[in-house]
Design a protein. Structure first.
Lengths: 250, 453
């Protein structure tokens, strides 16, 4: 489904190389966790997958269903069913979550040759997901993320993910800065969405979230490279020993 | 006896000659119509003499009020007032601006009330429409001294309107004053709309002021609006400046507020080549509230100047200046905000903010805050910013599936929404939102910034 081959990426402005040859294959239905110490390139990988312009791919390839997406704009990647839950979602004054998500859903549907959802049908979907995500319904009447707490922003990301129902959901440190209730809510959201044709790439520093969302594959990313790949047990090992073994052999 | 030879710059002579001739004709026409009365004549004379003395503010050196707005060239274009207006169909006007039956629409064509295009007046209890010369404070709030455009407007005082709301009155219909400028066969037209409003104690009203051109012909418009709010009076004053892009628009608004009064002004400026929105409120009584908000949108080579001033004369007053600009192409804008707190105006709570969104590298904004505070127990805050569309925010929106242009349009709309949402009439607000949407492709085509911070 999602395949990454020998991926090298730099910061567009400084040409500093962050990703130094990454290989990764995510099959339908799998949950992959990308773990690593601070500064290892985890967030960069998540953003590069979604096409953030402040990073440039210098070598290697990313394919979805066999087609390269490296040249695609972020919106075109969303149309293919990709989604990135951001670590620091922007505050967007004057843009209301309902209107924004309706525009996003319409764009994705139209790009996939489907007709736009009626306002009534979309409202029903939206309200249902608002209840499911546990976000404060008063908040989402305001401007997108404006004045939201860190936890509320993350819940809002989950709401968007649930409404847009992507095939490839990438989560960039969604668990960081969450209290236990919010963490549980995020995990419930992911578990409810798990299905044989939907994949997750969960980027995280800690294995906290992985207590609730059992990954199929765990990768350890250090200094822009995957240094170890294993099963869910690998995350538990990290919990016990931290990343120092990997950093020492670097 | 020796003669002092004073060298007069030729351009001063030039535009004074043009306007003197125009004024002479105007005065002669008024006299032959038999409408010239002595007080009004004297009023015009005072205006003309001051204009003759100051001329257009072309020389900017040392002139703080015109530091960032270059009017050179305005003296060379022949703008003249003329009695004959081009006729047009009301439908033609209704296609450009809203004229809903829920409003009291008064249409002024080239500065003169046109009854055929206006709703009949006099149905609103507590509201009277009269000649501007009946306004007790005429010329006292908008003074000619050192002000070329107030002087010109006063010199050419013709028709205009005085909106008089009785004490305790409630104007249940928004009063919509439409200033239409038509084409002039014989050159470029100059228009001098004049408005006076007196809101009686405890009275409430909504005044909508719309400026629009009926053709693309260049014109000069110098409206003057004087407003007096009695104790506890409340006025919502909305202003839409939609003049065509070849025109000059120099508007002066002067407001005097008594105790407990509430003046709420929202301005939407989108039109003309060089525009100026000069607003000055005097808070003369305790516990008065003044809200001066606005949004300006400029494209191509447009220039929009906002000269916003609040003077606190009495204690316990609240004032808030908040303007937002969206600039594209090689356009320029100015925000010059002034707050003066006079000695004795203790417990003043004043704030000032000017935020700008730059859509192109060629666009430029000069923002100049100025606070003069002579009292010691006051709260006074100010801030100004100018920035490009945020790259991370664009990426955020795009990552959800909306394309770049749509995402940028969302951010532009969102930026303006804070001000536009304050226009407290649904029809007007929707109209302004549509105006912004119509302008969106023009704003975006001239945009060359992809979120560089």
């Amino acid at each position: 489904m999602l395949k990454i081959e020998n991926l090298h990426a730099v910061v567009t402005d400084s040409e500093e190389e962050i990703l130094k040859g990454i290989d990764l294959e995510v099959n339908p239905g799998e949950v992959h966790a990308i773990m690593g110490p601070n500064g290892s390139g985890k967030s960069t990988l998540a953003n590069v997958l979604m096409g953030k312009p402040s990073y440039s791919v210098t070598d290697g390839d990313i394919t979805v269903d066999g087609d390269s997406i490296v040249e695609l704009m972020p919106d075109a990647r969303a149309h293919l069913g990709m989604f990135l839950a951001m670590q620091y979602p922007s505050e967007v004054p004057g843009v209301r979550p309902w209107q924004f998500l309706k525009a996003a859903k319409d764009a994705i549907d139209v790009a996939n040759g489907q007709s736009k959802m009626s306002v009534r049908a979309f409202s029903r979907l939206f309200d249902e997901k608002v209840t499911e995500s546990g976000i404060n319904p008063d908040l989402i009447k305001r401007s997108l993320n404006e004045g939201f707490s860190g936890g509320e922003k993350k819940r809002n990301e989950m709401l968007q993910m649930q409404v847009l129902a992507p095939r490839i959901a990438i989560m960039d440190e969604t668990d960081s800065g969450l209290d236990i209730d919010a963490l549980q809510a995020v995990a419930d959201g992911v578990n409810k969405m798990r299905s044989p044709d939907r994949s997750f790439v969960i980027v995280t520093h800690y294995q906290r979230l992985l207590h609730y969302v059992k990954p199929d594959v765990v990768h350890i990313l250090v200094n822009g490279k995957i240094v170890e790949t294993g099963g869910a047990m690998l995350a538990e090992k990290i919990e016990a020993t931290g990343y120092r073994d990997y950093l020492a052999v670097r | 006896m020796t003669l002092n030879v004073v060298e007069i710059p030729t351009n001063v002579v030039r535009h004074l000659d043009l306007y003197r001739q125009d004024w002479d004709n105007f005065v002669a026409a008024q006299a032959s119509n038999g409408v010239a009365t002595n007080p009004v004549n004297e009023f015009r004379n005072v205006g003309w003499r001051e204009f003759e003395r100051v001329g257009f503010p072309i020389h900017r050196r040392g002139n703080e009020l015109w530091k960032y707005t270059d009017l050179r060239g305005i003296d060379r274009a022949e703008f003249r007032s003329g009695s004959r207006s081009k006729t047009f169909d009301r439908n033609e006007l209704a296609a450009k601006i809203p004229l809903p039956s829920e409003w009291q629409n008064l249409v002024f064509v080239d500065g003169r009330l046109d009854r055929s295009h206006s709703d009949s007046v006099g149905q609103q209890a507590g509201v009277r429409f009269d000649s501007v010369s009946s306004f007790a404070d005429l010329g006292k709030l908008a003074q000619c001294a050192d002000n070329a455009f107030v002087s010109l407007n006063s010199a050419f005082l013709d028709d205009g309107i005085f909106v008089d709301v009785d004490a305790g009155g409630f104007a249940n219909k928004p009063i919509h004053l439409v200033f239409v400028t038509t084409e002039f066969d014989d050159g470029h037209r100059a228009v001098y709309p004049r408005v006076a409003a007196s809101i009686g104690s405890g009275a409430e009203a909504m005044l909508i002021e719309t400026h629009v051109s009926i053709s693309d012909a260049a014109h000069l418009s110098a409206p003057v609006v004087e407003i007096s709010l009695a104790d506890d009076a409340s006025l919502k004053h909305y202003r839409a400046q939609l003049d065509n892009e070849n025109s000059y628009h120099f508007a002066t608004t002067r407001v005097k507020q008594s105790s407990g009064s509430n003046y709420q002004s929202s301005s939407f400026s989108i039109g003309c080549s060089i525009g100026r929105n000069d607003v000055f409120t005097h808070l003369a009584g305790e516990h008065a509230v003044s809200t001066l908000h606005g949004v300006y949108l400029t494209t191509n080579r447009q220039h929009q100047d906002n000269e916003i001033s609040t003077t606190h004369l009495a204690p316990h007053c609240t004032s808030d200046q908040y303007y937002k600009g969206i600039l594209s192409g090689r356009s320029r804008a100015v925000f010059s905000g002034k707050i003066t707190v006079e000695r004795g105006a203790q417990k003043t709570d004043a704030s000032q903010k000017d935020l700008n969104l730059l859509l192109s590298h060629g666009a430029e904004v000069d923002t100049k805050p100025s606070l003069e505070i002579y009292a010691d127990d006051v709260k006074c805050g100010h801030g100004a910013t100018a920035g490009y569309v945020d790259e991370d925010t664009l990426f955020y929106l795009q990552s959800r599936g909306v394309d770049y242009d749509t995402a940028q349009a969302m951010l532009i709309r969102g930026f303006a929404a804070e001000i536009i949402s304050e226009f407290g009439d649904d029809t007007l607000r929707e109209f302004l939102e549509n105006q912004l949407d119509e302008l969106m492709p023009v704003l975006q085509i001239a945009s060359d910034t992809i979120g560089t911070a």
